[in-house]
Write a new protein. Sequence first.
Length: 308
Amino acid sequence: MADSGSPAQDPDALLAPVAPFLAHLEVERRASAHTLDAYRRDLAALCEWAAKDGTAPQSLDPATIRAFIAAEHRRGLAPSSLQRRLSACRGWYRWLLRNGRIKADPTTGVRAPKARRKLPQVLDPDEAKALVEVPTDAPLGLRDRAMLELLYSSGLRVAELCALRWRDLQLDDGLVTVLGKGSRQRSVPVGSHARRALEEWRAESGGTSDSPVFPGRGGRPISPRTVQVRMRLLAQRQGLFKRVHPHLLRHSFASHVLESSGDLRGVQELLGHADIATTQIYTHLDFGHLSRVYDAAHPRARRKTSSD
């Protein structure tokens, strides 16, 4: 199939085959305007590709879909964009199949190049210490210190932190019980610094067993957005100018525990990951640190100089 040379197509005529599917997304699936625009762009690219050869897009076969993805790759689309483009096509073809308009899904077995997974940023231990050790000379400081110490000590998700009630904390035993994704409950250790900060905050706030550990306005649990904004402000005050957010402390917790223990399964349990593949990304961070140590210390790792 040719890559160029066909006359420009009328946009409405070009998108006519996918218009009922787009209407389905808008009316029945209540897709956002942003989602609809993305589907429209991706399916328009498919329709334009098919039109160059005078073929109806609903008549394409797997080989042609592969050729389409390959052509988009050659055109410079990033792997993440190719994944999204193929996903849009797959959604349309599956809708056609469910509605009896085609006999087989031509995207079955077709894969786009995998996007490289972006490694999470982490704070080094000194940066983490600087962030969590906020001044505690006012009630708000006691709350902030307890929040940050707990996030870093136990690797909680911000939603898990915000949902905590005092009954979820067993400070004498050094444990916190949280309800994570998929309604999976787990108990996570609470370090000594976090325990002390939480005890000081409870003495100040007078929280009862059923009250939120970190209340916001009206006594309701603090919102994730408030935690995020507060962390950004505190980071600036502490002289940290990285993009600081609650999940950064979770990433840092995982990386530092893995680096010290080497226990991937243990870190998986602490983070509440259902799939260990999600946890394995932290091994790349750990090996990155080991690689830097090796490069700096091993005599045969250093680059040769003119005097070697």
